[in-house]
Design a protein around this ligand. Structure first.
Ligand code: ADP
Ligand code: MG
Length: 337
């Protein structure tokens, strides 16, 4: 196979395109948004691409934790305990809470005070003391989030963050728009969060390279997945981290300890039709680990998963057998129902 193009850099999933025929209606664009290099390619119009960028910018303006004009910033700096949300933010929070419920809080939108203490959003990365974390944990009880329609009530001191689901949610919004526009072929890559529509320009399924967590050049794959009409979203501990006194601290938090999750995994990829679900579950199953994550898949289904463990082994669910080709040297095993 010839690899003619791939999206590199901060992307956790690389795109592989074979062939080089150029169609006039084929649009490609890259831009920065949501702290990520976003790549769009689609068979459509210049306006379609422009509109994708607008959809993403509008969502970012609602859910940024740092932009003082964002809706989320206003929520986190509210004057009263109850606030009225836009439909978009209400939907996103609703979707995330559903996953919090089924994962027993492995996905927790109320962990923001913890992420903030670690400095992952502000770039002042540091290791908070045990006392500091113990004082913050009571503010992260997601079961105290009351969402009724668009009305949100939060206890004092609670703060939300959609870092774990916003990119997947954005890909759903873009995919809905593209389908409405009759776009039959598209690939959206939000730095490791991919959404595919139809086939590629050669009329074959899109081929998505799952990043090799140990390859800092981000050019090698742990495997290649054939994909169409779905989200393929990876959460990895290599995405954002810092080191202090020889210890590596990453950005996916275990809400029971307030520490980076140590579940024995380095990445989890979720494949399913819903981007918000794939994004939420990739974070949640990373926190839960291989055993709990496999149990969750067996219990709920409706998605496929690829787990990569700290010792370089891969485990992928049955539904991917026909279309996932693992390429790491270590063992690759199928998880059966
Ligand atoms: P990425 O941004 O690398 O795609 P994820 O989708 O895994 O990563 O989401 C990680 C982000 O989600 C963190 O940067 C933080 O904002 C937030 N977060 C971290 N841990 C959790 C958690 N357990 N539940 C919900 N959100 C989390
Ligand atoms: Mg996620």
């Amino acid at each position: 196979m010839r690899y003619l193009g791939c999206v590199l850099g901060i992307s956790a999933i690389l795109l592989i395109m074979a062939g080089c025929s150029v169609s006039k209606v084929y649009q490609e664009r890259q831009f920065l948004a949501m702290d990520t290099l976003i790549s769009v390619e689609l068979s459509g119009t210049e306006e379609n691409v422009q509109q994708i960028q607008t959809i993403i910018d509008e969502l970012e303006n609602k859910v940024s934790t740092t932009n003082q004009n964002s809706e989320l910033y206003q929520i986190n700096h509210r004057m009263a305990n109850t606030v009225v949300l836009s439909d978009t933010v209400a939907q996103l929070l609703h979707d995330e809470l559903e996953i919090s419920e089924t994962t027993n809080g492995a996905l927790n939108p109320a962990l923001y005070p913890i992420s903030l203490a670690w400095g992952f959003t502000t770039e002042n990365k540091r290791v908070p003391s045990e006392q500091e974390l113990a004082a913050l944990l009571p503010k992260t009880n997601w079961r105290q989030i009351q969402l009724s329609g668009n009305q949100l009530t939060l206890m004092e001191g609670m703060e939300l963050d959609f870092g774990a689901t916003a990119k997947g949610f954005a890909s759903d919004l873009c995919a809905t728009y593209l389908r409405e526009q009759g776009v039959k072929s598209a690939l959206l890559d939000f730095g490791g969060n991919v959404y595919t529509i139809g086939d590629n320009k050669e009329g074959e399924m899109w081929k998505i390279g799952i990043r090799d967590p140990w390859d800092e050049t981000a050019q090698n794959f742990a495997g290649v997945l054939e994909s169409t009409n779905e989200a393929v979203i990876t959460s990895g501990s290599y995405e954002r981290y810092f080191e202090q006194d020889g210890v590596r601290y990453h950005h996916i938090m275990d809400g029971t300890t307030g520490m980076p999750a140590q579940s024995g995994l380095v990445s989890v990829t979720i494949v399913c039709e819903s981007g918000v679900k794939a994004d939420g579950l990739s974070t949640a199953l990373f926190v839960m680990g291989l055993e709990e994550g496999s149990k969750y898949w067996r219990q709920y289904g409706g998605f496929e998963a690829i787990f990569i463990t700290e010792n370089g082994e891969q485990y992928y669910t049955e539904g991917l057998i026909q279309r996932y080709e693992p390429s790491l040297e270590k063992k690759a095993e199928v998880i059966y129902q």
